[in-house]
Design a protein around this ligand. Sequence first.
Ligand code: C2E
Ligand code: CA
Ligand code: CA
Length: 853
Amino acid sequence: YLMVPTGTAKLVVWPVIGWSAVIAILIGVRVNRPDAPGAWYLFAAGVATFVTGDNLVSFVEHSEPSFPSYVDVVYLAVYPLLIAGLVLLVLRRTAGRDQASLIDAAIIAAALGLLSWVLLIAPYVRSDDLGVLERLTSIAYPIGDVALLATAARLAVGGGRRPAAFWLLTGSLVALLASDALYGYLNLAGTWQEHNPVDLGWIGFYMGWGAAALHPSMRSLSTETTSTRRIKPGRLIVIGSAVLVPPAMLFVQQALGAVVDATAIALTGAVLLVLVMIRVAGLARDAADEKSEARFRALVDNATDAIVVLDGQGLVQYQSPSTERVLGWGAAELEGRMLGELLEEADAQRLGVMLSIHSATSTVAWRIRHGDGDWRDLEVVAADLRGTAEVDGLVLTMRDITERNHLDLELRRQALHDSVTGLPNRTLFLDRVEQALKRREPSGTSVGVLLLDLDDFKMVNDGLGHAAGDDLLKAVAARLLSATPTGDTVARLGGDEFALLVEHADFNGGLEPTAVRVQAALQAPFLIRDEEVTVQASIGVAYGSPRTHSSGDVLRNADLAMYVAKRNGKDRVEQYLPAMHEVASRRLEVAAELRAAIERNELVVFYQPIVDVITGVTIGVEALARWQHPGRGLLGAPEFIPVAEVMGLIVPLDRWMLNEACRQVKAWKSEGVADASFYVSVNLSGRHFQDAGIVHDVDAALTRSGLPAGALVLEVTETTLVKDLGPAGTTIAALKALGVRIAVDDFGTGYSSLAYLSSFPLDILKIDKSFVDRVVTTAEGQTMVRTIIELAHNLGLQAIAEGVEQPEQASALRGLDCQLAQGFLFARPMRARDLGALLTKRALPWHAISTGV
Ligand code: C2E
Ligand code: CA
Ligand code: CA
């Protein structure tokens, strides 16, 4: 261009260069297919307008346009077109609000604006020899340039990759602005000439813009980017320089003689200060955000539950590190996958419903396929955080409850079945009788119950050993089953007692044939451990009619009949007769005696130590009732507690125990025999627990004895707890308000779901002896005990293992993290004075055992 003569350069080379840029942009859009073609069409239009202006000057005005003229309108139209195109790109590029980039761009624009004001605009404004229109037109150019530059700066500071096309575009703009500024400056000085090197800037503008459009990387100018929060050194330098512009101007003008633009410099300085302050505040906020985000992330990363975030379609967007442990799927396998694919069909549908409606937080139970191919039960807490900027997804917190569910089922099964024979137990049998009676309701026909007690079973048990006794019970169960029509129930009620439920007792000759069949089935000798054992049974039968009997009545009648059969010479069948009730008078006698015994102070409290198996320290005692009978000697709890329960004497008995135990333990504390944390655990019968006076009784015992409430634990069986959720809940709350603690006794033997445990404010869970027995014998037993202990700890309960008899059991329990235990291994229940003496001498004998020596 510079090498050809002015005429050729202006009339041939210049238009070719200009239009080739427009064509290049149009080709670029076709070839590169950007997702914001609009921006590029605006650029094409802008560049075309520019070229048109040049052409008008060259061809129509013959290089001598008047000033200002319509050509200036054409030239000035370039700015809005290019700016609009750049704004489109900026909008495409920025995700959400990006206040920081906007402020940075504003800082740069303000500084440039000041430069341009001082150097280009103010001189025109001040020049007196120009008319208003001329002045306005002259300053419109630099203002347009500053606006263009500000937009470009906004594009530049927006973050994201800076591809080749970006740099071409930047170069193009810099060239344009440089030439515009030089032109303005030379024009102002009156030394402007055509066809000089300044033109190269505009050529650079054309070529740069066209080349940018042709470069494949132009597509990425409109792809969304997220700006980094931190401020990079390059940007800091640019912003710092921008802020220094006003003082620099001040300095230069002062040096040149006079400060002529004080107002503009002061104003710009103020604006820059405000902008920088806003920016700094933003940075401080971001830093705080980052800190809390880091803290939150640490929480999520270390959570034991799996945390998974789904998008609106159910695609896994994020999974916490713990997910791999819980679900067996690593991030590579799960992220980007539909979670529904792993769920059971019905649960996947539920997830679909959950995704389709917006709800707050909900807890659900799902089954999911684990990475190892098995199905697992999950407890899932779903929090719908779609629409929140921070998460924007469905957050699922998942916990594996497979083992817990398994234990739940197993406990239920055990609660209703006898562990030796696998037959239904008393609870289930009573339930079956109840159901059968209900079914008979319409017809009024009766059901039959046959109760069978093995004669002299105790001799077999003692003679051949427990294991042989168990084998015999199993064999008897098998024969009973074979002698019973399917549909009728055979149960083991406990010990050597079995029961049969005959549904259609009115037909086929009543219960007689069944009884005969059963006796016949037991006729042949049993072969137990190479010994022949003959078994005889006393059988009592009773009918129950739906209108007059409850299941308990029928069973009690059969029991009386059986008792009579035994008394009348064993190996017999007796049918219940109302007259047999006199047999029950024996019980009444016991009851009468017991009533007097409470008054005559014949009851004794025995204390069994509760031990910390790690330190060997006795942390408390359980109070157990004994009866010092004038004629029969010392009676154990099983010999009179059940009678007391049935005969309505348990409440006064428990009350007496409570008072005596509190008094004794308070005395030990006062004497310094027991320390402040030592406690006493008192058993409360279910009946007493449901009694309205219970809270008063406990309160009175504490007040009378002076024992601190914290040193008293009340033991209740789980059946009592579940039986009557409502009242039990309020009773527990009232007792807890006194300050006493509550223990669940015989845990694992009741017919209950584990769910209730978390619904009461309990403190201690006593693991029943039947589980402790199995902790060293079977792997399954060990798993169950472990699960119970974990469950207790998860719920914040202390676990105490009951009935520990062997050192191996103690060390197994220690291995399972169960620190507290009681049992014959440590100490049998004993009289207060015996235990007091041992405590005083610190001579309790299990230190050696507990430390594993
Ligand atoms: P429990 O509350 O489960 O009490 C534990 C029973 O297990 C006690 O039987 C205790 O002597 C026994 N025991 C402790 N360690 C071992 C061991 O290592 N091996 C074996 N085989 N047994 C062990 P006890 O004193 O005969 O009491 C039987 C049940 O009678 C108690 O079971 C409790 O339910 C009830 N009971 C006892 N005293 C009272 C009372 O004052 N009030 C009420 N309502 N019930 C009581
Ligand atoms: Ca107990
Ligand atoms: Ca117990």
